[in-house]
Design a protein around this ligand. Structure first.
Ligand code: B12
Length: 300
């Protein structure tokens, strides 16, 4: 079996910025808050969140014999990035693909020393509560904007997990450091961040840009995702930068001007969005968002 130190050092060689270990026991308190959140209807149209709500906080439901969850985070923040028409996470390659590939390499590394190890890779691909697990593994704390925040990297992180049926000593959880700061609550133009520590997803511009087809709404210049609550966070002022090449090179859509985006026909859009965060934004919604972001007149 590989040591934690060997796993950490291998992970860092793959540009994984943060790695932590935690046990695979159920997260009972988080499961209860999650249930309250669902009952209040804050998931809106994301009905997939209602499936297996208890499993979401019990890694052993995803892997029989689960003992440890290895939580990882990769920064996607680079100072030179300007993706004025989309949130930063959409800048380079789709993080689901990038992190799953890194976790597959970590698993191969574990299997070289321990071929029988059973494992499950998750990058928002399974019903698993990724932020509470990352907190428990010591990667950071859940901020008032509900995102995982790390002292050095801020919240510009995407998360992934490797659940394994081997026991490792757990790391210590990080302490909350938001204090009395309410910058995210005050900056959110739609009032999505609530004072009780939860987020009303239905009001969040990130949700509206991705899922809501009904309500005509000002997207405040973005056609995919929203970073307002992250941009104002004091922990995001001078974050350590992204080292991952896949996130540093703009994809064809985030590299384009508004004029070029407006001129795209469906065929060209389909070809460009593969392996980017836009793969979850169908063409009709992309066109609708160009209007709602104020980049295209409704008649175009
Ligand atoms: C659904 C979802 C969304 C929804 C809802 C977001 C949300 N905060 O719940 C929408 C579409 C809005 C969204 C937006 C974004 N998302 Co998102 N999303 C998810 C997803 C799939 C599930 C999150 C979830 O379970 N939400 C449900 C709520 C209940 O969970 P929670 O925030 O953890 O709730 C806890 C607290 O709020 C608290 N709580 C809840 N209710 C109450 C009530 C009381 C009284 C109290 C005290 C506490 C409390 O307890 C809960 C349980 O611990 C995760 C991936 C995953 N599988 O985990 C990615 C994930 C959270 N998203 C991510 C990202 C990057 C984003 C965006 C930044 C993208 C963008 N730029 O547009 C925005 C950020 C918006 C924001 N401020 O959250 C990353 C976050 C990385 C990080 N640093 O934390 C994740 C982890 C994906 C990943 N693998 O990297 N997302």
């Amino acid at each position: 079996m590989r040591t934690k130190e060997a796993i950490r050092s291998f992970a860092h060689s793959l540009n994984i910025d943060l790695i932590g270990f935690t046990d695979a026991l159920p997260l009972r308190a988080d499961a209860a808050s999650f249930q309250t959140w669902l009952e209040a209807g804050m998931q809106g149209g994301m009905h997939w969140l209602e499936r297996r709500p208890l499993a979401r906080h019990d890694p052993a439901d995803l892997l029989e014999g689960a003992q440890t969850v290895i939580c990882v985070a990769v920064s996607y923040h680079a100072a030179h990035q300007s993706a004025p028409h989309a949130a930063r996470y959409a800048y380079g390659r789709d993080y689901h693909v990038v992190l799953a590939d890194k976790l597959a390499q970590v698993l191969a590394f574990l299997r070289q020393a321990d071929p029988d190890i059973q494992a499950k890779i998750c990058v928002d691909t399974s019903p698993l509560a990724e932020k509470p697990l990352a907190v428990k593994a010591g990667l950071g704390w859940q901020g008032r904007n509900t995102l995982l925040i790390n002292d050095c990297f801020g919240s510009w992180l995407c998360l992934g997990e490797l659940i394994i049926d081997r026991a490792y000593a757990p790391d210590s959880p990080a302490q909350k450091r938001c204090g009395s700061c309410r910058a995210c609550i005050e900056a959110c133009p739609t009032g999505a961040i609530r004072t009780d520590g939860s987020l009303d997803a239905v009001r969040c511009l990130s949700y509206i840009s991705s899922y809501d087809d009904e309500e005509p709404c000002d997207l405040h210049g973005t056609i995919l995702g929203c970073d307002i609550c992250q941009s104002v966070c004091p922990f995001n002022r001078r974050p350590l930068s992204c080292r991952e090449e896949a996130f540093l090179q703009p994809n064809p859509l985030t590299g384009s001007t508004a004029q070029k985006l407006i001129a795209l026909n469906q065929e060209a859009y389909e070809a460009m969005r593969r392996d980017t965060a836009f793969c979850r934004l169908p063409y009709a919604r992309f066109r609708r968002n160009l209007v709602r972001a104020g980049l295209m007149p409704p008649s175009a």
